[in-house]
Ligand binder design. Structure first.
Ligand code: ADP
Ligand code: ASP
Ligand code: MG
Length: 813
C-alpha cells in the first residue's frame, strides 16, 4: 500500500485534478492507494478571511463566500460534463457553511473551535469533489473522512494526535476496506469529545504521514507544485534547485526553518519506522523529486539547504541582576510555555547578562506583557530591565548533517552577510551542528538567500549588479563592452555581469533582473526623471548583492555621494577624478570607508584612462617595493597641442584645433593650466602613501599671467593671440636645444611638480605621440631602468575598458 498526498495547487484547478487522477490511476495499478488531499489552493485562506470579516460584522464576508463557491463550481464544471449531481451535494455543504458564517456574523465572535469547524470545509469539499469525479469515471475509489480516523486533543487550530486511538482506527478501517483507491481529506481531525479539530496550517502533509505510519507502508509521497525540497525557497532564489536526498533530520530542520514544502511535524510519525518520504511535482511527475530517508547518500555538499522564517520578533531580557542567579531562564521559558508561545531561536551571552529569543511576531505583544508581569518585582528593583522587543526580523538558517565535521562554514556565512551589508542581530548554532541560524532584518532576506545560495551552491557563478551614472560617450562604450563580453565572462570567469540601473542627468531606468542590453536605448527613451539622490535611493532599496556603482561623470555632486554608497557596502568604480583629487581628508575618508564596509573603491581610469597605472603602483607598494620617483606625461590634450605647435602654426590655432577634435575639456584652461595633470600626479602620490594636497604641487605654468587671468574662454583665446611671441620663444628654445616640448609631471621624495619641459632626443618621452601617456616608476627594484607603462591615455573606448577592468576586479575579489 502507498500513501500519496496532493497539496493545494495540485488540486487547485480541474486541469490539475485531472493530472492527479492520472497519477492515481497509474500508481494504483501496482498497489492499493491511500490519497490525502488538501483544500483547493487558496480556499483555506479565503475561509479564514470570510470568518474574520463576519466576526467584524462586515457583510462583505458574503462576497468572499461567493468567491469560494465559484472556485468550486468552476473546478466541478471543468471535471465533468454532468456537474449537476455533484453541485447539488456541494450546495448542501455551502448552505451549512453559509449558516456557520452567518452565526459568526450574528454573535460577533470567532473562537478557535469555530475557526476549525470553518476551515474544515476546504478539505471536506475538495476530497468530496475528487472522490465523486473518480466514481463518475468508473474508478474503484471511495471517500473516507479522516475525521473518523484521526483523533486529537482539543487544542484547536493545532491539535495534538492521540496515536493509540488513531492508529487503531486507521488499521481497523484499512484492514477491512478493499478499495483500490481511498480518498481522504487532509488537515482535519476530531477530538475525543467529537469536536472538529485541525492539525495546523499545512497539516495535510501530517495527515498523510500519520496514515502512512499507522499502516507501515513502504513509501509516503508528498505531491506538490515544485519538484522537491529545494536548496532554498525557489520563489526567492531563481537558481535554487531540488535536493535529491535528505536525511530526516535535515528535512525537519529545513521545514522547521521555513521550507513550507513540508509541514514540520510530518517527519515525526514516519521517522521511527524509516518510511521514506518522496516529494514529487504533480505538474511534472517525471521530475525525480526529493527522497527523505535514513539512507546515507554520498553528497559533496556540506550545507544541504538554506531556509528562512519571516515575521520574527526578537525579545531580549537583560540586566545585571540576572548574572549567576539560577532560575531566571526557567521562569522566563515557563512563562512563555504557559502562554503557549513557541520559541524559534534562543541565544544567551556567556556573561548571562542577557537572554535573547525569537518568536512569531503575532505573539510579541502577549509575550512582552506576560514577561514584564512575571518579572515585575525584579524590574521594580532595577535588577533587570523591561523586556526589549524588536520587530521586522527574519531568521535564515544553513542546514546540513555534515556541517559539524567541516570548519569555516559559519565564517563563510557571516563574511557573505557582512560583504553584503547585512546586519546580524543574533546567532544560534544547534549543539548538533545541523543548523546555524542568524536573525536579520526582514528587508534583507532575499539578498541574504541569494548571496548565501551563490556562496554555498553556485561556487560557479557570481552575479555582479552594476549601476551606471553618466551615459555619455564613455558610458555607452562601457555598456557595449559589458554586453559584448557577457557570455565570455560567464563562461570563463564565472561572472554574470548585469547592468541593473543606468542614469544620465535627465533620466534613469532600473531592472532588478538586468536591463536588456539589446534595446536599452529604447527603454532609456521612456525612462523616469533622474536625480543623484533618487538613483542612490533606488540602488539601496533594490538591496542586491554585489552591487557596484559606476560614476562615468565629471560631476562634483555625484562624487559627493560615494561615501553613502560605500557605507551601504556598495562598491564604487569611478573615472571621475574629483573625489580622489579633493582634500586629502576626503580621499582618506573614502579609503577608510572602503575598508570598513568591505566595499571596493576603484578608480584606475583617473590616471591614464585604461592604462594600468594605479594598479601597477598599488602592486609595487603592496609587494614591498619603495617608489623613489615617478615621471610621467599624463595629458593627452597637452601632448596633442605640443606635437602640433610649431613655427608654422600659431599657438592659438593649435589649441583651437585640439578643442575642436575633442582633446580638451570644454574649458581648455583646465588642461593648459596644468590642473588636470596636477590632479593626476596628486592621486599617484597619495596612492604611494603620501599625504598631499593639490596646493602642495609646484605648478610652473608655461602660460602667461594674462592667459591665466583671462575672464572667459573667449577672452583666453584672445590672450593667446596677444602672447604668440611668448609661445614661439618656447618652441624656438626647444628646437635650438634639439628637444621636444612635453608637459611633465614629477614626483620625488614626497614632493611633486608639473610643468613644460624640453625633452632631449633619446629620452623615453621624446617620441611620445598623439594622445599617448607614459609613466616611469623608479623604485628600489627598478632603480636605473624604470618600470614603464605607456599607451593611449585618453579616449572613450580605453576609458570604458579601464572601468570594465575595475568591475571585473571586484568580481574576482
Ligand atoms: P502544497 O499546497 O502542495 O502543500 P505548499 O505551498 O505548502 O504546497 O508548499 C510548496 C511551496 O513551498 C513551494 O511552492 C515553494 O514556494 C515553497 N518553498 C519554500 N521553501 C522551499 C524549499 N526549500 N523547497 C521547495 N519549496 C519551498
Ligand atoms: N489547507 C490547509 C492549509 O492551507 C492544509 C494544507 O493544505 O496542508 O493550511
Ligand atoms: Mg503544504
Amino acid at each position: 500500500m502507498k500513501v500519496l498526498k496532493f497539496g493545494g495547487t495540485s488540486v487547485g484547478s480541474a486541469q490539475n485534478i485531472k493530472k492527479v487522477i492520472a497519477i492515481l490511476q497509474k500508481e494504483s495499478l501496482t498497489s492499493p492507494i491511500v490519497c490525502v488531499v488538501s483544500a483547493v489552493g487558496g480556499v483555506t485562506d479565503k475561509l479564514l478571511q470570510a470568518g474574520a470579516l463576519a466576526k467584524q460584522k462586515d457583510k462583505s464576508y458574503l462576497t468572499v463566500l461567493d468567491k469560494i463557491k465559484s472556485i468550486h463550481y468552476k473546478v466541478i464544471e471543468g471535471l465533468t460534463s454532468e456537474p449537476k449531481a455533484i453541485i447539488t451535494e456541494v450546495d448542501q455543504k455551502f448552505e451549512a457553511l453559509n449558516q456557520l458564517l452567518n452565526g459568526i456574523f450574528l454573535i460577533n465572535e470567532l473562537s478557535p473551535k469555530t475557526s476549525d469547524k470553518l476551515v474544515s470545509y476546504g478539505e471536506i469539499l475538495s476530497s468530496f469533489i475528487i472522490a465523486k469525479t473518480m466514481e463518475g469515471m468508473g474508478l474503484n475509489a471511495i471517500l473516507k473522512n479522516s475525521q473518523d480516523l484521526i483523533v486529537t486533543n482539543s487544542n484547536f487550530t493545532k491539535a495534538e494526535v492521540n496515536y493509540d486511538i488513531t492508529n487503531k482506527n486507521i488499521t481497523d478501517y484499512f484492514n477491512k476496506a478493499n478499495q483500490q483507491i481511498t480518498i481522504l481529506p487532509g488537515f482535519v481531525s476530531k477530538s475525543q469529545a467529537d469536536e472538529i479539530t485541525t492539525l495546523g496550517r499545512g497539516g495535510s502533509d501530517f495527515t498523510a504521514a500519520i496514515i502512512a505510519a499507522a499502516l507501515k507502508v513502504e513509501q509516503l509521497e508528498i505531491w506538490t507544485d515544485v519538484s522537491g525540497m529545494y536548496t532554498t525557497n525557489p520563489k526567492l532564489v531563481k537558481q535554487a534547485y531540488p535536493i535529491a536526498n535528505l536525511s530526516y533530520q535535515e528535512a525537519m530542520e529545513l521545514s522547521h526553518f521555513g521550507a513550507k514544502v513540508l509541514y514540520p511535524p510530518t517527519v515525526q510519525p514516519v521517522l521511527n519506522l524509516a518510511i521514506p518520504i518522496h516529494i514529487k511535482n504533480t505538474l511534472h511527475p517525471e521530475a525525480v523529486g526529493t527522497v527523505i530517508s535514513n539512507q546515507k547518500k554520498e553528497s559533496n555538499l556540506t550545507v544541504k539547504g538554506i531556509s528562512h522564517i519571516d515575521n520574527v520578533a526578537l525579545l531580549t531580557l537583560e540586566g545585571s541582576g540576572m548574572v549567576g542567579i539560577p532560575g531566571f531562564s526557567k521562569r522566563l521559558f515557563e512563562t512563555l510555555a504557559n502562554e503557549k508561545i513557541n520559541i524559534i531561536i534562543i541565544t544567551q551571552a556567556s556573561s548571562e547578562h542577557s537572554i535573547c529569543f525569537g518568536i512569531d511576531i503575532s505573539n510579541a505583544e502577549k509575550a512582552e506583557n506576560t514577561i514584564n508581569l512575571a518579572f515585575e518585582y525584579e524590574i521594580s528593583l532595577h535588577k533587570i530591565n523591561p523586556i526589549i522587543v524588536e520587530k521586522g526580523l527574519s531568521i535564515i538558517a544553513l542546514i546540513g548533517d555534515n556541517m559539524k565535521s567541516h570548519q569555516g562554514i559559519s565564517g563563510k556565512l557571516f563574511s557573505t552577510l557582512g560583504k553584503n551589508n547585512i546586519n546580524v542581530r543574533a546567532i544560534a548554532q544547534g549543539a548538533s551542528e545541523k543548523n546555524i541560524s542568524a536573525v536579520i532584518s526582514e528587508k534583507d532576506v532575499s539578498k541574504a538567500l541569494n548571496s548565501l545560495h551563490e556562496r554555498f551552491f553556485e561556487t560557479n557563478t557570481k552575479q555582479l549588479n552594476v549601476f551606471i551614472t553618466g551615459i555619455g560617450n564613455v558610458g555607452e562604450k562601457l555598456i557595449d563592452q559589458i554586453h559584448q563580453q557577457h557570455s565570455f565572462l560567464k563562461k570563463n570567469l564565472k561572472l554574470d555581469v548585469k547592468i541593473v540601473g543606468m542614469a544620465n542627468s535627465k533620466k534613469m531606468i532600473f531592472d532588478p533582473k538586468g536591463i536588456d542590453l539589446n534595446n536599452w536605448t529604447d527603454q532609456f527613451h521612456h525612462a523616469e526623471p533622474s536625480s543623484i539622490e533618487g538613483f542612490y535611493q533606488k540602488v539601496i532599496s533594490l538591496n542586491l548583492r554585489n552591487s557596484i556603482f559606476v560614476d562615468v561623470t565629471a560631476n562634483h555632486d555625484v562624487a559627493a555621494v560615494y561615501q553613502n554608497y560605500l557605507k551601504q557596502s556598495v562598491a564604487v568604480v569611478a573615472c571621475n577624478k574629483i573625489a580622489c583629487s579633493d582634500k586629502y581628508i576626503n580621499y582618506k575618508n573614502l579609503q577608510d570607508l572602503s575598508l570598513k564596509y568591505n566595499a571596493s573603491f576603484l578608480y584606475e581610469t583617473n590616471v591614464g584612462a585604461g592604462l594600468p597605472i594605479i594598479n601597477t603602483l598599488n602592486n609595487l607598494v603592496a609587494s614591498g617595493d619603495k617608489v623613489i620617483s615617478i615621471q610621467a606625461v599624463l595629458s593627452g590634450s597637452l601632448n596633442f597641442v605640443f606635437n602640433n605647435f610649431s613655427d608654422k602654426k600659431n599657438f592659438h590655432d593649435t589649441v583651437k584645433q585640439a578643442q575642436f577634435e575633442g582633446y580638451t575639456e570644454p574649458d581648455p584652461r583646465i588642461d593648459l593650466s596644468g590642473i588636470d595633470v596636477a590632479r593626476k600626479i596628486l592621486i599617484l602620490a597619495r596612492e604611494n602613501g603620501v599625504k598631499m594636497e593639490i596646493e602642495d604641487i609646484v605648478n610652473e605654468s608655461f602660460l602667461t599671467k594674462t592667459n591665466l587671468d583671462s575672464t572667459s574662454v573667449d577672452h583666453f583665446y584672445e590672450t593667446l593671440i596677444d602672447d604668440e611671441a611668448h609661445f614661439q620663444k618656447l618652441y624656438t628654445s626647444a628646437k635650438a636645444n634639439k628637444c621636444q616640448l612635453k608637459y611633465v609631471a614629477e614626483y620625488k621624495n614626497g614632493k611633486a611638480k608639473v610643468g613644460l619641459q624640453e625633452i632631449p632626443e633619446g629620452h623615453p618621452f621624446y617620441n611620445l605621440e598623439g594622445k599617448d601617456n607614459i609613466v616611469m616608476f623608479y623604485t628600489q627594484r627598478y632603480p636605473e631602468q624604470p618600470l614603464i607603462v605607456k599607451g593611449a591615455g585618453a579616449g572613450a573606448d580605453v576609458t570604458a575598458s579601464g572601468l570594465f577592468a575595475d568591475i571585473i576586479r571586484i568580481g574576482n575579489k
